[in-house]
Write a protein that binds this ligand. Structure first.
Ligand code: ADP
Length: 937
């Protein structure tokens, strides 16, 4: 209340920001006439002038007003588009290192050019980040003309790009690419063997398009470069067999007391919990098949990975559903992941932590080998490396708090160029999914009868297929846009705005492509070859009529068939309609059987529906229900935010270590002479070894000289006659002895070095150090992974998992640094004097091995316990055999007249005796038992 009053009197923070920026816009506009008077050459010359002024010390901020005026004028001349004032505000926002929230269709692509231009003046590079390769190339090509006109270069990076081309793309003034590619290049740059192989320059400024998608949705996905490790296919097949023996319990409380069931699914946290009874059963099974020794336990640290295998197998069977989370590519005999957010298939991506293999075992396709992590980071930590970060999207405000806390990014809401004319209607809520679908179909009929196009958004491929089937039954022509048809995606979207067109799309499929009212006549022209000018004009004239017709009919209509877990994704769907002041409409249709409602809607809501005696296809619009849905979304958003924070907390620990290792690696590549470091390592390594046999400050009867001699000989293949030294010199104390051993070791190495020659020795040292650093770092990453996976068990022992993780990973890291040094000293001591050819071969071999690694991008998220799980929603039940339901639909009249549906009964089905009357009927009709076979009996 108070805050509303304050907001009314002094305006929101956003209002104040806009007011401040409007003053800058006035300055930009003040330059317009003078800039318009310049010739093309003079305009281009401005870029050189700005660069000189900046080099002499003038700040980019002070150059900005004139530079924006130059960019705007160049765009007018090259593209025929003059940046709107609101786009100037967006450009300032981006330049200031903030997020510009700009509604879909308002022209973010053009807005971005302003901030790219001003920041390119510094010559340190501007990275533009897009969600996919198609958009990177498209946007680069859209803007290339403008930038080249202004004398700037544009580069695009993509995967599997020839090295030189990528190197050049990173040296362009403005570079376009996907978040994955930038992240991978960063990781790869820290795996090279000489500085000149590095592709990226120091990370300067970046603009992330669809920033919410990348920093929020994808932030649950760490970037992992991995190589293949040893084959354990048999283990997956074996553990897959155990699953039918385990029984699921639905009752969490019962299980906690170990009374019933072997495991249960914690839906809210997406985790598998195994009961004590379950542990015993699994243990017995593994002993039976010889995977575990008679006296071994699943709890012992070395055996913990086995348990993870079992959990993965349970997830594969109970949480991951064919055609929802993955599809089986029959031809390739492969499991292909379906992206939860976009509904697109992601060939080549694999779930980590053995889940992919578990799903392969379940589906009986070939089990591919596991990967070893070679390098990993998160988008959070990658993007925080930039000196300045900014982004744009249509939907950021709901996540503003997270942007602030994780990235220190402010969100500025940019006003629209024209007022929004879209009408957003209240949700309609039905009892059952079937009723909801009937409601949607009635609505579609009404909309298309008016001549308006409609886009139906679904959360899963399965839902889009169900709806498509029902529309077919109802005789409504339509297009389906989902993972299975992405090649036709652009074409379908281009025409989704035609009069009465019906398009079903999984959430966000075809994102980044405009739906133009009346259809996209230019795309049509591009598809038809050999058109005469008249024919083209005719097409345009036809479009004009259709465009008018659709506007009259209320524009593009959006129907959401389910609410997504995050409000932001819902807003994205709505945002597809009503672009740039176009008319439009949006409404969500929900049912109590939707996942979100099923998991989170309280009994109260369900009871309310019951009390109202609602018929199946009758809907209500009620504040309480809408509130309850928003609460549910809020809960899921908070859970996801927690998961991301958790991932970040764990990655922050790894990040500090990564920085140390990458820094050391750079030093190794940059330093001409490593000899001093090598000498230092000798000191450290020998000191630690000597401590074990000759403790510091001790006297000679506490010494174990024979042991020390043996150990040195064993470790370094080098005999030191320490006993003889002591016999010869009675006054040699602990300190003197220590010094003599180290001096001898170094002298021994110096001798070897002089035989090798300075240059060869130097190459060998660098090679050994890099080799050992990389090898130990990789092993360390695997250990950290194991540690993180097991760490939540510590909370059972009343310990704080996070603290424990920090402490133990620090210890692991220290141990790793020690091991690197000791291995380098050992290797150098043991090696025979190599010839230059041998050294060259060594270097070549290491390079070759590095190139051989098949790098894969893994798709994983972390749950609240810090355990990595695939990014999928909580269990989503599939209505088995849905397609056997035949539905006769009502006449499509305006009110919600009840309609009857006929069901094809499958009478060969066995009905369990104690079946719950509210459970789905075992015949697969998709109806409740009491309404199906339960009614018949
Ligand atoms: P967004 O990414 O914000 O959804 P786009 O960048 O795809 O929007 O732009 C939507 C449409 O608006 C494009 O066809 C673009 O050419 C057009 N547009 C953007 N800005 C302008 C402008 N200043 N003048 C004219 N057309 C513009």
């Amino acid at each position: 209340m108070l805050s509303t009053i304050i907001k009314k009197t002094i305006g929101t923070k956003n209002d104040r920001e806009l007011k401040r920026m409007r003053k800058i816009v006035d300055k930009i506009n003040g330059f317009e006439n003078a800039i318009m008077a310049l010739s093309d050459d003079e305009l281009r010359q401005k870029t050189t002038e700005f660069k000189e002024r900046h080099q002499k010390g003038e700040s980019l901020d002070s150059i900005l007003p004139e530079a924006f005026a130059v960019c705007r004028e160049a765009s007018r001349r090259v593209n025929g588009m003059r940046h709107y004032d609101v786009q100037l505000i967006g450009g300032i926002t981006l330049h200031e290192g903030k997020i510009a929230e700009m509604k879909t269709g308002e022209g973010k692509t053009l807005m971005g050019t302003l901030a790219m231009y001003i920041n390119a003046i510094s010559g340190k590079g501007v990275h533009v980040v897009t969600v996919n390769d198609y958009l990177a190339t498209r946007d680069a090509e859209l803007n290339r003309g403008l930038f080249e006109f202004l004398g700037l270069t544009v580069g695009v990076i993509y995967s599997q790009q020839p090295p030189q081309e990528k190197f050049d793309a990173y040296r362009a003034d403005i570079t376009y690419g996907t978040n994955n590619e930038y992240g991978f290049d960063y990781l790869r740059d820290n795996m090279v063997f000489s500085m000149d192989e590095k592709k990226q320059r120091p990370l300067n400024y970046c603009i992330i398009d669809e920033i919410d998608s990348i920093l929020i949705d994808e932030a649950r996905t760490p970037l992992i470069i991995s190589g293949q490790a040893e084959d354990s296919a048999h283990l997956y097949a074996l553990i897959n067999n155990i699953i039918p023996r385990l029984t699921q319990s639905k009752d969490e409380e019962l299980n906690k007391e170990n009374k019933e069931g072997d495991f249960w699914i914690d839906e809210k946290n997406r985790a598998i919990e195994i009961s004590e009874k379950g542990y015993e059963k699994i243990e017995r099974f593994l002993i039976e098949v010889g995977e575990l020794g008679e006296n071994e336990s699943l709890y012992s640290p070395a055996r913990l990975p086995l348990l993870a295998h079992v959990q993965a197998a349970i997830k594969a069977h109970y949480i991951f559903i064919k055609n929802v989370h993955y599809i089986v590519d029959e031809a390739g005999g492969e499991i292909v992941i379906v992206d939860e957010n976009t509904g697109r298939t992601m060939p080549g991506r694999r779930w980590s932590e053995g889940l992919h293999q578990a799903v392969e075992a379940k589906e009986g396709v070939e089990i591919q080998p596991e990967n070893q992590t070679m390098a990993t980071t998160t988008f959070q930590n990658y993007f925080r490396l930039y000196s300045k970060l900014s982004g744009m999207t249509g939907t950021a405000d709901t996540e503003a708090a997270e942007f602030k806390s994780t990235y220190n990014l402010d969100v500025v809401i940019i006003p629209t160029h024209r007022p929004i004319a879209r009408i957003d209607l209240n949700d309609q809520i039905f009892m059952t999914k079937l009723g909801k679908y009937q409601g949607i179909i009635r609505e579609i009929k009404q909309i298309t009868a008016k001549g308006a196009p409609v886009l139906v958004g679904t959360a899963t491929i399965e839902a889009s297929e169900e709806l498509s089937y029902l529309l077919e039954q109802a005789g409504i022509a339509h297009n389906v846009l989902n993972a299975k048809q992405h090649e036709r995606e652009a074409e379908i979207i281009a025409q989704a705005g035609r009069p009465s067109a019906v398009t079903i799309a999984t959430n966000m499929a075809g994102r980044g492509t405009d739906i133009i009212l009346g259809g996209n006549w230019q795309a049509e022209v591009a598809n038809l070859h050999d058109l005469t000018e008249e024919q083209k004009e005719q097409l345009q004239a036809d479009w004009q009529i259709k465009n008018e017709q659709v506007k009259q009919a209320g524009g593009l209509h959006i129907i959401g068939s389910e609410r997504h877990e995050s409000r932001r994704i819902d807003n994205q769907l709505r945002g597809r309609a009503g672009r740039q002041g176009d008319p439009g409409y949006s409404r969500f249709f929900l049912s109590l059987e939707d996942d979100l409602m099923r998991i989170f809607a309280g009994e109260r809501v369900v009871n309310m529906f019951r009390a109202m005696g609602l018929k199946e296809d009758e809907a209500i619009e009620h504040k309480m229900v809408s509130k309850s849905i928003e609460n549910a979304q809020g809960k899921v958003e908070a859970r996801d935010f927690d998961a991301r924070k958790q991932l970040l907390k764990y990655d922050d620990v790894a990040n500090d270590q990564r920085k140390v290792i990458y820094g050391q690696r750079d030093d190794l590549l940059l330093e001409a002479d490593l000899y001093e470091s090598i000498k230092g390592m000798h000191h450290e390594v020998y000191n630690i070894l000597i401590d074990q046999f000759v403790p510091r400050g001790s006297v000679d009867d506490q010494w174990n000289i024979d042991g020390l001699e043996d150990e040195i000989e064993e470790a370094f293949r080098f005999y030191m006659p320490i006993n003889d030294w002591l016999d010869a010199d009675r006054r040699l104390d602990e300190e003197g002895l220590r010094q003599k051993i180290i001096d001898t070791a170094i002298a021994h190495y110096d001798e070897k070095r002089s035989q090798m020659g300075e240059e060869n020795a130097s190459r060998l040292e660098r090679d050994f150090m890099l080799r050992n650093l990389d090898r130990h770092w990789k092993e360390h990453l695997t250990q950290m992974d194991q540690l993180r996976k097991g760490i939540h068990l510590r909370s059972y022992a009343q310990k704080n998992p996070e603290q424990e993780y920090k402490r133990e990973s620090f210890e692991l890291f220290q141990a790793m640094l020690g091991a690197i040094k000791s291995d380098v000293v050992q290797d150098l001591a043991r090696v025979h004097i190599p010839t230059p050819e041998e050294i060259a071969f060594l270097e070549e071999e290491r390079r070759r091995q590095a190139e051989q690694i098949r790098m894969t991008f893994e798709h994983a998220t972390m749950n609240l316990e810090g355990e990595i799980t695939p990014s999928t929603p909580a269990e989503r039940p599939v209505q088995q055999g849905f397609k056997r339901v035949a539905v006769s639909l009502g006449s499509g009249s305006v009110d919600f007249t009840p309609v009857k549906h006929q069901v094809e009964h499958n009478d060969d089905v066995e009905i369990p005796e104690n079946i719950n009357r509210n459970a789905p009927c075992p015949c697969g009709s998709g109806l409740k038992y009491k309404q199906c076979h339960g009614k018949l009996t």
